[in-house]
Each structure stands twice: as structure tokens, then as C-alpha cells.
Ligand binder design. Sequence first.
Ligand SMILES: [Zn+2]
Ligand SMILES: [Zn+2]
Length: 484
Amino acid sequence: MSTKLTFFGGVGEIGGNKILLEHKDTRIFLDFGMSFKQSSKFFSEFLQPRKCAGLTDFFELGLLPDIKGLYRNDYLTHMGRPAEKRSVDAVFLSHAHADHINYLHFLRFDIPIYCTQTSKTILQVLEETGSSNLSDYTTACEAFQFYKNGKGGLSRVTRKNGDFVHERNFIVMTEGQRVKVGDLEVEMVPVDHSLPGSAAYIVYTDQGTLVYTGDIRFHGSKQEQSRKFVQKAKAAKPSWLLCEGTRIDKTEKDSEDAVKQKITKLIAESQGMVFVEYPARDLDRACSVFEAAKANGRKFVVNMKLAYLIASLGDEAPFCLDEVKVFVAKKSWGLIGRPGFDFDVVEKDYDTWERNFIFGANAVTCEDLCRSPGEFVVSMSLWEINQLVDIKPKDAVWIKSSCDPFCDEMELDEERKDNWLAHFGIKKYSTHASGHASGVELREMIAEIKPGQLFPLHTEKPEMFIGCCERVHRVENGKEYKLT
Ligand SMILES: [Zn+2]
Ligand SMILES: [Zn+2]
């Protein structure tokens, strides 16, 4: 009986992790993410895989592996394939970034999904607030089904038809807890990353121990957790280490504290409005901006998506909603702030999940921001930048606190943003700390853990791991590695 490992994504690229671990009769996946690099070879914002084709487009283009017993039967039968029996025992999620979770949508409803409570909450929020029709993360609605309507004819099933909506089988893991899945035992170990609720896993088998880092860093608010993870992984004496290497080629150690200090200083030097752009769900960064604003006697303004996430996370969030303002941008008919309209007329401009915020005590509109620019530090991104037309910023500052563009599309977006900033005479500054450990830190970590063998993944430069440990595998997509 052997132990086998197969990688479908995350190989020679940053993200898209889908790792199949087979041991005796037990099969589990570590993450089930989307590879942006592979997907963008074929698709763009306006050219998407066809929902009507089920999984066909994904199989054809190699975006998903055609594995029996893994995918939802409603899609398979729609594709003309017979229904299948479950062949995978569990999926373990390291964290809720799209490159690790995006293809959960396609999984059978009965596959148990293990993750942290925070990851589950983020997935629920993504499902409720997202616009994609491929986000059946925590609940799933049977697709391509019909029901008999009142007139005796057939109607298409939607999420309103409760009988067709399934709760996915989520199992929340706590720190240090070991769960038994078939012949495997799996332990969740929390780590520091740019998304709350991130985890590494230690998998115990009777043929050796495997450690999966997920995405990891040592310079955020939870850096102690990452250090504890390294000690735990070391103590487990792993035969195999699956290690992320996003920044294996970088020597400089980032610092979230330094980012906070720089933002604090930039705000102190500004008279007008301060806009800060940062990764959507990076709560470490949001907290840095929150504290920088507070230190300068300004109010931090978050958008409704972040407000909804903070409300959903409750005690897990770094600050509470009462301490910030919520920006209610104009949408649809743009009735917010216009006198003479009743609540129920205005709220039709917004999605259901947004309606709790629009008349809240801490809601602010473009007009509020325009009136008192020196009072606020406003979360802003390219996707809401058209609100500047109503905010009418003067002597404003834009702090870009996110990663630099790394593809042509992002370059174009950056150029577009610069045009907006130039139009309003807004000065741009930047400061950022990555979600990932540097090469120096990764090498220190591997030296400390001392694995027997190393599988580099989630990196464009796997060759830079050579020499980090005695046996470094040259990982290939779809190849089966017998673990010995
Ligand atoms: Zn990732
Ligand atoms: Zn990540």
C-alpha cells in the first residue's frame, strides 16, 4: 500500500493549488483553487467558461482534472455523463483566497470540507456578496433542474426553491485538533498570512508525516502563529514538506508595522482627503489603516463589502463597525442622500446584504466626504473610483498599499487609475508588505523543519529551492509521486 501525491495547479505558478494525497484507501485534497495564470490563457472578464457546458470547458482546457467521483452530479448528468459515487474523502482548505478555494463550486455536495471557522465565514460572505454564478461555496443549488409550477408546466430551479439547495458538509477545525479521515490523521495549525483564518496542515500517516504550509509569512499580526507552526512542524519530523515559494527570489523581509508607520506619517502630512487602496480582505492592512487614521484623529471609512465581512467575523475582526464609518456609494438610480424619498424606495438601489448599512448611524455618502475631507481616511479602489466625481477631492492623497501590477491587464488598470488621479490632481504614494515570507525566511524555515523531501509549489521559481534540503522534487502538473 503506497502513499501518493499528485499536484493539479500551483506548479511553476503562484496559486491554483489542488493537491491530491492518497494513502491506502483514503484520498484527500489540500485546497481546490483556481489558477489565474492558466485561466487567463483562455479567459478574460468578457470571455468566461460557459455555465451551460458544466465542467466541459474546464476539462477541455486543463483547468480542472477529470477525476471520477469528485464533481457534482448535477453538472455531470447535464454533460451527458452518468452520476458518480464519491471517491474523495475530504478537502482541507488552507485559507479562503481564490487561488485556494475558487473551484469548490464544482465539488460534490457530500465531500466534507475542513477549514477554520474564519475561512468558513469568509466563504459565506463571498457567496452572499459576490456577483459570480460559480460561488456555491458553503451552500449549493442544484443546477439545470426543473420543478412543476402552479400552472402544471416546468420552471427552472433557482435558489428560491429550497428543496434544491444543499448545505455543504463543513467541518470547522480548531488549533491543535487532530481529525481522523480514513487512514490519515490531519492537524490544523494556524499561520500568519494576508487573510485571516489561514492554516497549515500536518498529515500523519503510518508511512511518514507530511506538512503543507499553505500561504505563510512571518511579518503580520499573527507572526507568532507562524513561528509556532515551524516548531510544531519540526517536532513532527516530516518526511515530506509541501512549501509555498511566492517570494523565494526575494531577500528583503517585509514589515506590516513599517507600512502602518508610513501610512500614519502620510496622513499626518495631508490636509485634504486621504484615500487608501489595499487588498479587499486583508484585515491586517485594514487594521493598520484604521490605527493610522485614529492616530491622526481621523475616521476610517470602509466600503460595504468590508463592513459586511467585519460584521460577519464579529470578535475575530480586528476592530468593530462602531469604530468606523461605512461608505454608501451611489448605485443603480443613485437615490441615496436625495431628499424626498422614503427608505423603501431608496433601498431598492442596493442588494439585500447591503441594506443594513445604508441608513446606519455610521453611514457616509459622497456628499458627507465632500463636506469634510480632512476628517476621513477612505478605503478606495479602482472599482469605486468613479465616486470621485461626486466626492470632488481637493489636495487629496492616494496611498497605494497593494502589490505592483504583475500582468498586462493590471498594468492597464494601473494606468487607468493614474489618469483618474491626475484628473483630480491627487498625489500618489505607495507602501506595501506582502502576504508571503521572503526567500531568506523560507530557507530559515525549511532548515529548521528539516524535512526529508521538499515539494516546492505556489512559486514561479521552484528551482530556487534546490539546496534547501537534501531532496528537492522537480514538481510536475498531474504527475503521480510515490512517497517513500
Ligand atoms: Zn495563494
Ligand atoms: Zn493566499
